[in-house]
Write a protein that binds this ligand. Structure first.
Ligand SMILES: [Zn+2]
Length: 148
């Protein structure tokens, strides 16, 4: 099963390559929030409000939304039948299923522009908060008994 955070990262990475989350119902929706990340004053980066908004909208209509070029409903990705693995060709996340047969390979098979070594690789938010917390904790608790 692909955990929710993994599906979120899957969308975040493909949005950076301009692939939208779409529905093909009558009221066709297309969501590709840009930018996906924002940087705060420190070196952290997190998802933008636009992305979080789109993500909650996608979750609400998870059975209708799918990633453009990979017609597997987000709801299915969140089910037990699917997992998300890195593509062997481009390292982007792709859905894989042991249950569903005849799964199409990665979107990159049909992209002439990707993978492109000249383009920056899509990335995930950087948060070193936990690292800093650990560091603070260590400093607070470390006995300053180191003798010179
Ligand atoms: Zn690929």
């Amino acid at each position: 099963m692909a955990p929710r955070t993994q599906v979120k990262e899957y969308l975040a990475l493909w949005f950076q390559l301009g692939h939208a989350a779409v529905t093909n119902e009558n009221r066709r929706r297309e969501l590709c929030p840009q930018p996906v990340f924002q940087r705060d004053d420190s070196q952290h980066s997190g998802y933008t409000a636009e992305f979080e908004q789109a993500w909650s909208e996608i979750l609400n209509g998870a059975s209708e939304f799918y990633l453009e070029g990979a017609p597997i409903a987000i709801a299915d990705l969140l089910s037990n039948a699917w997992d998300i693995i890195p593509c062997a060709n481009c390292m982007m996340p792709i859905p894989t299923s042991l249950v569903v047969q005849g799964v199409k390979p990665c979107i990159c098979e049909h992209l002439s522009v990707w993978p492109n070594p000249d383009l920056p690789k899509p990335r995930l938010p950087i948060s070193d908060k936990s690292y800093l917390c650990n560091l603070c904790e260590r400093l607070r608790t470390s006995p300053s008994q180191v003798s010179a």
